[in-house]
Ligand binder design. Structure first.
Ligand code: NAD
Length: 358
């Protein structure tokens, strides 16, 4: 059956890197229908909105979205609702993308890129699963008011609300256990249950869901300890599942362990397996149009798409192995270049991955 992919290249280096990923997808010779649409600043210039109705419709009607990146300094003065970044928030909301998967992989060939010692971090392969649509970022009530009580009664105070409903925790927990089953079978749930009621409920529900996954080894960790363990012994982790706030911080920390932002893919999924796949980096306006951007994060995002939304795990493996092979061959874009390797541009890197696919 033909599966539909919406390709939204966006701004900056988005079109250059997405082009390489689309070449790789086409080379797999799968029954895929690939449609392009504008998003971000490019869409604002063309249609007056960063997420035009036709782009949103195409995304919603597709099995998966391949997203480049959005944003450019030239749009910084626009009103907030017209800024390119609003397109991502709009897609997440309209498609109900509540589960954000961010692998942090450090290929042995790139071990020197990390700020940690190679013996601690080389071969790192962890997956951070962050709940994306709940928690203190969206909880109400929120605002700035006159403090109604406490030692600063009557003074101006800001307040937010951390909330998680049981079904929200349950559905992200299931994704965590299922992801762990596809990997090394270890799930670490991160919370702050010693202080927060929301976290205690989180811990209770995750423990309850674990009964359905006897093959997965579940552990719990407080977020402050998790932040420490990620730099002390990151390879101890397999899959980490956590809420929106803690996941925001830990996923960036884990990404930085690898030292190479141009290598990191990500996925955001909804309950029916539909997903948005994008590199973890932004639109890099400083290098846009120069043909030097690293396309590997986007190519690896397309592998995640095959695994999580299109049920084509064998093809995902093929792409990931091809990426590893080009690194072993010593090919590097400028961001990951070091002495003794061969510097290549964006499309040459794409050529090399295509060749390595066989
Ligand atoms: P950025 O990730 O775009 O760039 C940070 C640095 O990393 C830059 O020096 C850039 O050249 C480099 N870099 C990033 N991706 C690279 C790649 N594939 N190959 C080689 N080098 C790469 O972050 P920024 O500079 O803070 O933001 C630039 C724009 O991107 C802003 O408008 C921001 O809002 C937007 N942004 C978009 C997304 C998204 O679309 N999901 C995410 C983050 C930032």
């Amino acid at each position: 059956m033909t599966q539909k992919i919406a390709v939204l290249p966006g701004d900056g280096i988005g079109p250059e890197i997405v082009e390489q990923a689309v070449r790789v997808l086409k080379a797999l010779d799968l029954p895929l229908e690939i449609n392009h649409a504008p998003v971000g600043g490019t869409a604002y210039d063309l249609h007056g909105h960063p997420l035009p109705p036709d782009t949103l419709k195409l995304a919603q009607e597709s099995n998966a979205v391949l997203f480049g990146a959005v944003g450019d300094w030239k749009y910084d003065k626009l009103p907030r609702e017209h800024r390119p970044e609003q397109a991502i928030l709009g897609l997440r909301k309209a498609m109900g993308l509540f589960a954000n998967l961010r692998p942090a992989i450090l290929y042995p060939e790139l071990a020197n890129a990390s700020s940690l010692k190679p013996e601690i971090v080389s071969g790192l392969d962890i997956l951070i699963l962050r709940e994306l649509t709940g928690d203190i970022y969206f909880g109400t009530p929120r605002g700035v008011r006159e403090a109604p009580d406490g030692p600063f009664k009557g003074q101006r105070e800001g307040f937010d609300t951390m909330r998680y409903a049981e079904p929200e925790i349950r559905r992200i927990a299931h994704i965590g256990f299922q992801a762990a089953m596809k990997r090394q079978g270890k799930l670490c749930s991160v919370d702050k249950a010693n202080v927060l009621e929301t976290s205690q409920l989180w811990r209770d529900i995750v423990t309850d869901v674990s009964k359905e996954y006897p093959g997965v080894q579940l552990s719990h960790m407080y977020v402050d300890n998790a932040a420490m363990q990620l730099v002390r012994a990151p390879r101890e982790f397999d899959v980490i599942v956590t809420g929106n706030l803690f996941g925001d911080i830990l996923s960036d920390e884990a990404a930085m362990l690898t030292g190479s932002i141009g290598m990191l893919p990500s996925a955001s999924l909804n309950a029916s397996g539909q997903g948005l796949y994008e590199p973890s980096h932004g639109s890099a306006p400083d290098i846009a149009g120069k043909g030097i951007a690293n396309p590997l994060a986007t190519i690896l995002s397309s592998a995640m798409m095959l695994r999580y939304s299109l049920n084509q795990a064998a093809h995902a493996d093929r792409i990931e192995k091809a990426v590893q092979k080009v690194l072993q061959q010593g090919l590097r874009t400028a961001d990951i270049f070091e002495a003794g390797t061969t510097k290549v541009g964006t499309s040459q890197m794409g050529d090399a991955v295509l060749k390595a696919l066989g």
